[in-house]
Design a protein around this ligand. Structure first.
Ligand SMILES: *Cc1c(COP(=O)(O)O)cnc(C)c1O
Length: 341
């Protein structure tokens, strides 16, 4: 075993095939044992449930090398729990979370040579997903499914420091009340593609979605939760039934309260209030926190005091503490770090 010859620090966030992936099939009402395979392709019916009615849910997490040389994953049990919840909402048979963690561990182990070395900022991104694989033409759930876990090495999210981004308030909605915004499903992304391409064309990095019912409360972006900091240092995160429960955001809330002694409020956040905040960031696995410097609402600019050059001070402390915990430089809460090898 030897690390692959990859320029780790210059990897981008793009798919690159690795040696092995885990595959388990659901047939006749049960999941099989599953195997690691070298075949990175899938052959399914042209009428498969996933192709016709988008019956698929997914997860995303990272494996990386800690300061003391272990390969670890961050809270994979929460990804397993969330995939169970997502599956139930789309009538997909649950892949049990304990077996999920086993499959993730096996896949990472089998691709250990692709886990970037400590200090490069790069990680091995892990993508578990389930999809309806049998034919369905009348609208109903498929009878057969595939659960699959593949990995791909990805570069450091911020090359040369975290630069604050500019986002816009979007005129389209991401998720309806009582819809599917709280589950991790490809369908939530398909309908966001038009908006993100348009945002990029207009010079914005991301879309801020407001609640679909009243368009007065902050929800999230296409793929990350918001975290705000008030002028007196309180951390505020939007609460809503149509936001995807980010594991990064939940971990940051814990870090804010238990490591940094900050006050945290998880509550509905009126868009009206955003102009009064001191800092803003986007939370997700990929970046941990991506600082937001400016929000544009139909020509009206909200510029956070933290500016366009660096992360705000509280955001930075949160970022440093959580990444310190992940990398093994700060003691982690019980159960947060899953040692793979
Ligand atoms: C995956 C995802 C996030 C971030 O969740 P993490 O568990 O922190 O990676 C946020 N919003 C949406 C819509 C997502 O799909």
């Amino acid at each position: 075993m030897a690390k692959k010859n990859i320029d780790w620090s210059n990897l981008s966030f793009a798919y690159q095939k690795t040696d092995k992936r885990f595959v388990s099939n659901y047939k006749d009402g049960k999941w099989d044992e599953g195997v690691l395979t070298e075949d990175s392709t899938i052959t399914i019916s042209e009428c498969a449930g996933v192709l016709q009615y988008a019956q698929t849910v997914f997860e995303g997490l990272k494996a990386y090398t800690t300061a003391d040389g272990h390969i670890v994953a961050f809270r994979p049990d929460l990804n397993g729990q969330r995939l169970e919840n997502s599956a139930r909402r789309l009538e997909i048979p649950v892949y049990p979370k304990d077996k999920f963690v086993d499959a993730v561990v096996k896949t990472i182990k089998a691709n250990a040579d692709y886990v970037p070395p400590y200090g490069t900022g790069a990680t091995l991104y892990v993508r578990p997903f389930i999809f309806g694989s049998s034919a369905v033409i009348g609208v109903k759930p498929a009878d057969e499914y595939q659960f699959r876990v593949f990995t791909t090495p990805v570069g450091p999210y911020f090359k040369g420091g975290a630069k604050p981004i500019t986002i816009r308030v979007c005129d389209y909605d991401r998720a309806a009340p009582h819809g599917t915004g709280h589950i991790k499903a490809g369908l939530n992304y398909a309908m966001s593609l038009y908006q993100i391409v348009d945002a990029h064309n207009q010079g914005y990095d991301e879309n801020m979605y407001l609640d679909a019912a009243t368009r007065t409360y902050v929800e999230e972006t296409g793929g990350a939760n918001f975290l705000f900091v008030t002028k007196d240092g309180t951390v505020v995160t939007p609460k809503s039934g149509s936001i995807l429960p980010s594991i990064t955001r939940r971990s940051l809330v814990y870090v804010a309260e238990h490591y940094l002694g900050l006050k945290v409020e998880q509550r509905p956040v009126p868009f009206e209030e955003v102009k009064d905040f001191a800092e803003c960031g986007l939370c997700g696995t990929a970046a941990v926190i991506s600082p937001v410097g400016k929000i544009v609402d139909h020509g009206k600019e909200i510029c956070f005091p933290s500016g366009m050059d660096e992360m705000g001070p509280v955001t930075k402390k949160l970022y440093d503490t959580l990444t310190g915990i992940q990398m093994g430089n700060i003691e982690a809460p019980e159960g947060w770090i899953k040692v793979i090898k």
